[in-house]
Write a protein that binds this ligand. Structure first.
Ligand SMILES: [Zn+2]
Length: 442
């Protein structure tokens, strides 16, 4: 690599990282057949929850957002969608708010993705029409492979089983994707109907803790055999990560009230006792099947989310109890990245996952990586997960991620902390070798 300035070093490193077949370890990509049923245009992309929440937080009303984006970008089943209004009227509605968020990571991710896929690097009155035309022209089978494999150099993407997929393993194109199923429905019991639905799907009774334990263990074994690389849990969307010691007696009592009446719901003292027991069982089930457990620990998508689930430190006793488990801490406990890094530094079973964060706060990623390289074993960082719906934006996110890592490493090279060849090796570890080893992907 020949260079003079820092930007030239960044450019050279980005080039090196682009040659690494990347493991994208966290995506919510919409299944391609579903995508092909949708008539997306540029403004429909603004309905994605991340950029949509930025627009709403900037002051746009929900009604204006819906008018501007239309309904093609919604995740509701793609039937009965009213046609969107005229594109110029929709653009006029969103333009003042777009100006407020366009420098944020979520908006930049869109722009980077559109630039990468459609060759148009900006969204304004002069580009929204042509960009929309190019998006429509790419609504063809094979677009996913072209973007993810051919252009972005993504080796495999780990798809969260949710949205259009459900929580169990669904069919995905195994040449591009691996499924990551969830145990959320087993562990977050809100009402009797939740368990009844699981009973009828699995065709087994779930009246006792043992039955739930066995069912989760069975799922884990079946999912492992079906090629799942991990199991996901999402407790932090409703609570702090302060799981107590499992209380079999209390959980048995709570489960009985689910079935017999009187259960006050998940966010209650009995609900918590039941959940703590079930989460413990879920981790045991995954670990027995040699599957890592992915915990969302970080900010919540959407608006008006509270932050109690973002902190990893309350989970320390739980993590210490499960030393034989492997924990993928998705979103690395942002904004408390340093707190999470202490646990990754001192717990052999804790790995920090940068999914979502490269666009949530590009600067936080750069700063954290500079610290982590000097603090946390380098194998403990999982470098990229897009957390998005549309393939074009996945490539945009990856371009930002490569640049964040390059900026972080270039700074360390300039400061004499690491050598250039270390910067190349660390990038390869983050984008490929670490997730490959962690999830057992060859
Ligand atoms: Zn996610």
């Amino acid at each position: 690599m020949a260079r003079g300035t820092r930007l030239e070093l960044v450019g050279a490193l980005v080039g090196e990282y682009a040659r690494v077949p990347t493991i994208n370890d966290h995506t919510h990509v919409i299944a391609e057949p579903d995508r092909l049923r949708r008539d997306l245009d540029a403004l429909a992309y603004l309905a994605h929850p991340y950029v949509a929440s930025d627009l709403l937080a900037s002051g746009m009303t929900a009604a204006d957002l819906r008018f501007a984006t239309g309904s093609e970008g919604d995740l509701a089943p793609p039937d009965d969608r009213p046609p969107p209004g005229p594109l110029d009227a929709r653009w006029a509605r969103v333009a003042p708010f777009w100006a407020r968020i366009r420098h944020g990571g979520f908006a930049r991710c869109l722009l980077e993705g559109w630039d990468a896929t459609f060759g148009i690097p900006d969204l304004d009155a002069s580009t929204v029409g042509e960009l929309s035309a190019r998006i429509r022209a790419a609504r063809v089978p094979g677009h996913y492979r072209q973007v993810l494999h051919d252009e972005a150099n993504i080796k495999v993407s780990l798809v969260q089983m949710t949205g259009t997929y459900g929580e169990d393993i669904a069919e995905v194109d195994r040449t591009l994707f691996l499924p990551v199923p969830r145990l959320n429905r087993f562990t977050m019991v809100r009402r009797r109907a939740d368990l009844e639905a699981l009973e009828s799907e699995l065709a087994i009774p779930l009246r006792t803790l043992d039955a739930l334990d066995d069912a989760m263990a069975g799922c884990a074994v079946r999912w492992k055999a079906a090629g799942a690389p991990a199991i996901k849990l999402s407790q932090s969307y409703h609570r702090a990560m302060d799981f107590d010691m499992p209380d079999h007696t209390g959980a048995t009592r709570a489960l009985r009230t689910v079935w017999d009446g009187g259960y006050p719901g998940l966010d209650s003292a009995p609900g918590r006792v039941l959940e703590d027991w079930l989460v413990d069982a879920a981790v045991r089930a995954a670990t027995a099947a040699r599957l890592p457990v992915e915990f969302h620990v970080g900010p919540r998508a959407g608006i008006y989310g509270t932050l109690e689930g973002t902190f990893l430190a309350p989970m320390a006793p739980f993590l210490r109890r499960h030393r034989d488990a492997l924990f993928d801490i998705s979103h690395a406990g942002f904004p408390a990245l340093r707190e999470a890094a202490v646990l990754a530094k001192t717990f052999a079973n804790v790995y920090l996952n940068l999914s979502w964060l490269h666009i949530y706060s590009p600067q936080a990623c750069i700063d954290a990586l500079q610290e982590w390289v000097q603090m946390v074993p380098v194998n403990k960082v999982l470098g990229f997960g897009d957390d998005l719906y549309w393939v074009d934006t996945i490539h945009g996110h990856l371009r930002i991620a490569r640049r964040n890592v390059a900026f972080a490493m270039a700074g360390l090279v300039e400061d004499g902390v690491i050598r250039e060849r270390d910067a190349v090796e660390i990038g390869r570890a983050l984008f490929h070798d670490n997730p490959a080893a962690f999830y057992g992907i060859r």
